[in-house]
Design a protein around this ligand. Structure first.
Ligand SMILES: NC(=O)c1ccc[n+]([C@@H]2O[C@H](COP(=O)([O-])OP(=O)(O)OC[C@H]3O[C@@H](n4cnc5c(N)ncnc54)[C@H](O)[C@@H]3O)[C@@H](O)[C@H]2O)c1
Length: 374
C-alpha cells in the first residue's frame, strides 16, 4: 500500500488531471498497459495493437468465456495466437473477482493504461448465473478501478460498457417497417441512439443491470475522483477473432453457422432487427484517441452507426452472396426479452471530441473477411 490517505490521493489526481488531460500525455512514451479479457475479441485486438506499437502489454484472462458458453466459447486459441505473435506480452491467468490479487498486481506493476474488456457478455446467459454475472461485471470492474486509484490514479482507464445500459428504452423510438429492416421513423432520430437516452426505468436484463452498475461506478471514478476514465457503450463489436456462440457474438456466430451448413435461428421482429457492426480495430483506434486526450468520466456510444447498420435478414443476404449459396435459417416467432428492434449508435459525440477518428471498416468488408476466414 502507498502511504497516501484517500484525501491526499485525490489531490494528487486532481493535480495530475489539470496538467494532463489537455495534451498528448500518453501518445509517444512507451507504456505499461493492462488489458483485461485479453483472449477475447476486443482484448486480443488491444493486446496485439499495443504490442505492435512497442508497449509492454499485460493480458489478463482466465478463459471464463469457456465456462459461460462451453467449448465453442473457449478463447485459448486466441491466447496462443497472441503469445506467438507478440514481442512483449505477458499473460496473467487471473480472475478479476479476486480482489486481493488484483490489488497486489496493480501495486506491483503501476500500469499507465488499463483497457478493461473482461466480462460476462451475454444478456440471455445472465439469468442462469446472476451472482456470477454481477460479481464479474460489476464487482470485478470496481476491483480494477479501485486498485488503479490506489496504485496509479493518473493512469488512463478505459471501460468497455454496452448499449444494454439503455435497456429496451431504444425500442420507444418510433420506427417504420421497410421491406428488409426496421428503421427510425423521424428525421431527428436518423443518426441513431445518443448518450442522452435514459438508462433507468427500462428493462435491461440482469446483464444490462450489472453492466450499468459498472458503467456508473466507472463514471464516478472519473467525475468524483477526477481519474482519466472513459466509458464506451458498445453496439455490436465484431471481427475475425471472436469466439462467437449463439448467446454472444451475433455476426461471428452467424458466419460460423452459415459456413458449417447448420441452421441459424432468428428470434422475433421478422428478422428485421437492426444491429450496427464495428470492427474491433476501429474500437481500439477510439480507445487510442481517448487515451491521448482523456476526458475524465466521459461516456460515448461506440458502434458501427448508420453506416454499418444492417438487419439480420440483410446480413444473411450478404453472407449468401459471398458463399454463393443459401444458408439454412428458421424463424422463431418470439423475440429475445428486451432485445433491441433497431439500434444504431449515434457516433457524433465521440466524433466531435475526437475528430480524427472514423470508421475504417465497412460492413461489407467486415463480413467478407469473416466469410473468407481472414
Ligand atoms: N462483442 C460485442 O458485441 C459487445 C457489445 C457491447 C459491449 N461489449 C463489451 O465489450 C467487452 C468485450 O467484449 P468481447 O466481445 O471482447 O467479449 P469476449 O467474451 O470475447 O471477451 C471477454 C474475455 O474476458 C474473459 N473473462 C471473463 N470473465 C473473466 C474474469 N472473471 N476474469 C478474467 N477474465 C475474464 C473471457 O475469458 C474472455 O476472453 C465486454 O465488456 C462486453 O460486455 C461487447
Amino acid at each position: 500500500m502507498s502511504g497516501f490517505t484517500a484525501e491526499s490521493k485525490d489531490e494528487h489526481v486532481r493535480k495530475d488531471i489539470s496538467c494532463g488531460c489537455g495534451g498528448s500525455v500518453l501518445s509517444s512514451a512507451l507504456m505499461k498497459i493492462l488489458v483485461t479479457g485479453s483472449s477475447g475479441l476486443i482484448g486480443s485486438e488491444a493486446a496485439g495493437h499495443y504490442d505492435r506499437r512497442g508497449h509492454q502489454v499485460f493480458g489478463l484472462d482466465n478463459n471464463m468465456r469457456r465456462e459461460f458458453f462451453g467449448p465453442a466459447g473457449d478463447t485459448r486459441w486466441n491466447l496462443e495466437r497472441l503469445t506467438k505473435s507478440c514481442k512483449n506480452f505477458t499473460h496473467l491467468e487471473l480472475d478479476i473477482r479476486d480482489r486481493d490479487r488484483v490489488l497486489e498486481l496493480f501495486r506491483k506493476e503501476k500500469f499507465d493504461q488499463i483497457i478493461h474488456c473482461a466480462a460476462q457478455p451475454s444478456h440471455d446467459k445472465a439469468r442462469e448465473i446472476p451472482f456470477v454475472d454481477f460479481d464479474v461485471n460489476a464487482v470485478g470492474t470496481l476491483n480494477l478501478l479501485e486498485a488503479c486509484r490506489q496504485a496509479n490514479p493518473e493512469a488512463v482507464f478505459i471501460f468497455m460498457s454496452t448499449n444494454k445500459v439503455y435497456g429496451d428504452a431504444p425500442n420507444e423510438v418510433p420506427l417504420k417497417e421497410l421491406p428488409t429492416r426496421w428503421d427510425y421513423a423521424r428525421p431527428e432520430d436518423y443518426h441513431g441512439i445518443s448518450e442522452e437516452c435514459r438508462i433507468d426505468r427500462t428493462m435491461h436484463s440482469l446483464f444490462g443491470a450489472s453492466k450499468t452498475a459498472a458503467d456508473v461506478v466507472a463514471q464516478e471514478y472519473g467525475r468524483y475522483f477526477g481519474m482519466n476514465v472513459g466509458v464506451f457503450r458498445g453496439g455490436c463489436l465484431t471481427g475475425e477473432h471472436h469466439s462467437g456462440v449463439q448467446l454472444h457474438g451475433f455476426l461471428s456466430y452467424l458466419v460460423k453457422v452459415a459456413r458449417s451448413g447448420e441452421t441459424y435461428s432468428i428470434f422475433g421482429y421478422k428478422g428485421k432487427q437492426v444491429r450496427d457492426q464495428i470492427h474491433s480495430q476501429d474500437v481500439i483506434a477510439a480507445f487510442e484517441a481517448f487515451a491521448e486526450r482523456p476526458r475524465p468520466g466521459a461516456v460515448y456510444n461506440l458502434g458501427g452507426g448508420r453506416e454499418n447498420g444492417a438487419s439480420v435478414l440483410e446480413c444473411i443476404s450478404k453472407i449468401e452472396a459471398l458463399l454463393g449459396r443459401k444458408m439454412n435459417w428458421k424463424y422463431v416467432d418470439e423475440n429475445r426479452k428486451g432485445d433491441h428492434i433497431c439500434y444504431m449508435s449515434d457516433l457524433r459525440k465521440f466524433q466531435a471530441h475526437y475528430p480524427n477518428w472514423k470508421l475504417t471498416r465497412s460492413l461489407d468488408e467486415i463480413i467478407e473477411r469473416m466469410v473468407k476466414g481472414a
